[in-house]
Design a protein around this ligand. Structure first.
Ligand code: DGL
Length: 280
């Protein structure tokens, strides 16, 4: 099915808009499908411009605002910024242009990490933009000034995931290089501060000490979406099956392939769209 979700649809049964620079936000979609099976989803992956994590804050902000406007024009009832990079540098911009509630990925992960950490030594991994923005460190410390945060940018992880190198030895070697310094800091909790990273969670798990708890922001974000939907009385209770649409800004083939592996279902409705085409 193409076109906008019906204009006359009950506001509550309009889709949740989810976006990321590429595939990573699908880790959040997977959790949303499990935790909120009655909710429709419109996903946008900016595959033509991925990665965001190596770009300047100004560029990331422009992309984020453009996508937010597009999703709103599609009639979404809530926007999930399923990208830590955007959540780190452009959350205020997204909220400014959005007239629907917005959920980011940072706060849910931070809360879960604080809950878990006994040693108060927490590791955070993310894109270069996320780590330089320092939002995780600031938020963790503002919630508990006794916390010590050890951060590490892992810029090669996103291209490896986008290429589908999910269980390769190369990815394992890269993970060892990035993660060993964090393990040496005796952290007891590691925040996956990029939505692409849960896709290589098995490799990350293998590389770090078995006692370190991994906080997957996708799981936490879906829990937060559920809370916001209930708080705003936005739950869809039509009883009709949820509808899922996947839009990308470049060729859909590779996205389709990896998305199917990740979500465990075949996707026939991945479409390439142009963001400035509001009529779709
Ligand atoms: N998945 C994204 C994140 O959570 C962005 C990765 C990228 O485009 O660099 O940060």
């Amino acid at each position: 099915m193409t076109g906008q979700f019906p204009d006359n649809a009950d506001l509550n049964c309009r889709p949740i808009g989810v976006f990321d620079s590429g595939l990573g936000g699908l880790t959040v979609v997977k959790q949303l499908m499990q935790q909120l099976p009655g909710e429709s989803i419109l996903y946008f992956g900016d595959t033509a411009r991925v990665p965001y994590g190596t770009k300047s804050p100004a560029t990331i902000r422009n992309y984020a605002v453009e996508i937010t406007r597009y999703l709103q024009a599609q009639g979404v009832k809530l926007i999930v910024v399923a990208c830590n990079t955007v959540s780190s540098v452009a959350m205020d911009n997204v909220m400014l242009v959005s007239s629907v509630p917005v959920v980011g990925v940072i706060e849910p992960g931070v809360r879960a990490a604080l809950k878990n950490s006994l040693s108060k030594r927490i590791g955070v991994i993310g894109t270069s933009a996320t780590i330089s923005a320092g939002k995780y460190t600031a938020l963790l410390r503002s919630m508990d000034p006794g916390i010590r945060v050890f951060s590490q940018a892992c810029p090669l992880f996103v291209p490896l995931v986008e290429e589908g190198w999910i269980d390769s030895e190369v990815t394992e070697s890269v993970a060892r290089i990035y993660l060993e310094p964090l393990v040496k800091q005796s952290i007891d909790t590691l925040i996956l501060g990029c939505t692409h990273y849960p896709i290589i969670k098995d490799i990350i798990k293998k590389t770090i000490d078995g006692n370190i708890e991994i906080v997957d922001s996708a799981v936490q974000t879906a829990l937060e979406v559920r809370r916001v939907i209930l708080a705003h009385k936005l739950a869809c209770d039509s009883g009709k099956p949820a509808e899922y649409r996947f839009y990308v800004s470049d060729f859909p083939q590779k996205f389709e392939e990896i998305a199917q592996r990740l979500l465990g279902q075949s996707l026939s409705n991945v479409r390439r769209i142009a963001l400035d085409d509001r009529s779709r």
